[in-house]
Ligand binder design. Structure first.
Ligand SMILES: Nc1ncnc2c1ncn2[C@@H]1O[C@H](COP(=O)(O)OP(=O)(O)OP(=O)(O)O)[C@@H](O)[C@H]1O
Ligand SMILES: [Mg+2]
Length: 327
């Protein structure tokens, strides 16, 4: 098969081959997928991961919250705090803050006796629980480590792209602000230096970007506009795309509706139900299109739309079709 881009190794799984153009907004090393709760962040993060892998990028999708949504989609693997290859060129990891903390201490403290003392005394657990934001900080530290061309951990794989399925907005905002908060509190010393390095990574528009996932409803559209303003404002993170997720198809033309309308007066109950079903669907789709138009007027980032997938459960196959639609 001729792909319109070069792959550094062949794609063996025929189901995993799509004729896809390269997406400019995936051309970063680190992308945060943000948005309010339940809008489809995990779904979009996975679809983007599949898409980037198809473009030949060695990609890892990072789940931050321990809800394990990633592993629900990537069912064949048990994704946890280790990097698991879930498809060709695509890995997944679920970051657990306690594990990140442990890894951080191991990397930082060269004196073994000191590390043992810290772990044994449970001092770190107490410290983490007592310091708001410390867990988020070490989580971002782990994301930073995953995105390094030269990984800090032994035999660490080099990724071209790290996609972060971020915590829902509210959490999301403070999550991305954590390094700056810590850098400002600790004015000198290693905590300051390392927090500043994380902040620099997050706010580097060349290397790091974000996408905001939205839904075609009034509140999510308003919140998307607010989030875009906050991210591009004080937080200073590049917003490269807004993804309007789960749009209903506009199945019926005006002619179709005129034809269907005749069924409204039908004697047959079933035919009348068909008309009502079509009308509801058509109205819903029109309302969603209005929200899409509102969104266009409220954000400055380019918008990509994704269809609603009519399946009882979002499978990897469905995520692949969404990956195709990300253009
Ligand atoms: N395009 C779509 N079509 C149909 N269902 C979808 C679509 N996108 C997401 N969903 C479904 O909506 C629900 C929420 O999606 P998802 O878990 O990706 O959202 P989330 O933003 O990660 O949620 P949370 O904030 O809880 O982590 C899931 O059941 C998912 O299968
Ligand atoms: Mg999620």
């Amino acid at each position: 098969m001729n792909l319109p881009f070069s792959c550094h190794r062949p794609l063996p799984d025929t189901e995993f081959q799509l004729n896809v153009p390269i997406l400019d907004y995936l051309d970063k090393r680190l992308i945060f997928v943000t948005g309010k709760g339940g809008v489809g962040k995990s779904t979009v993060a996975i679809a983007m991961g599949i898409r980037a892998a198809l473009e030949g990028k060695r990609t890892i999708v990072v789940e931050v919250a321990s809800t394990e949504n990633t592993s629900r989609i990537f069912r064949q693997e048990d994704v946890g705090y280790k990097e698991v290859e879930v498809a060709n060129d695509l890995w997944a990891i679920s970051i657990d803050p306690d594990d990140s903390m442990r890894e951080y201490v191991l990397l930082q403290l060269k004196v073994r006796a000191m590390r043992d003392l810290l772990f044994k005394s449970r001092m770190f657990t107490y410290l983490a629980d007592a310091t708001p934001g410390l867990k988020e900080l070490v989580t971002i530290g782990k994301i930073w480590e995953l995105a390094q061309p030269n990984r800090k951990i032994k035999h660490g794989r080099r990724y071209d792209l790290v996609i972060v399925d971020s915590p829902a907005t509210g959490h999301g905002i403070s999550f991305l602000q954590t390094p700056r908060t810590f850098a400002n509190i600790a004015r000198v010393g290693p905590m300051h230096t390392q927090s500043r390095a994380l902040e620099n990574m997050i706010t580097d528009h060349e290397l790091t970007g974000s996408v905001i996932v939205s839904l075609p409803e009034e509140m999510p559209v308003n919140e998307t506009a607010d989030l875009e303003a906050e991210l591009t404002g004080d937080i200073d993170v590049s917003v490269d795309r807004v993804i309007m997720n789960a749009l209903y198809p506009d199945r019926f033309s005006k002619t179709d509706m005129a034809a269907l309308r005749k069924l409204a007066d039908s004697e047959d109950r079933e035919l009348r139900a068909v008309y009502r079903g079509a009308l509801t669907q058509s109205r819903r789709s029109a309302a969603q299109q209005e929200q899409l138009e509102r969104l266009r007027g409220m954000v400055s980032s380019p918008i990509t739309t994704l269809p609603f997938i009519f399946e009882p459960e979002l499978t990897l196959k469905a995520a692949r079709s969404l990956a195709e639609g990300l253009s």
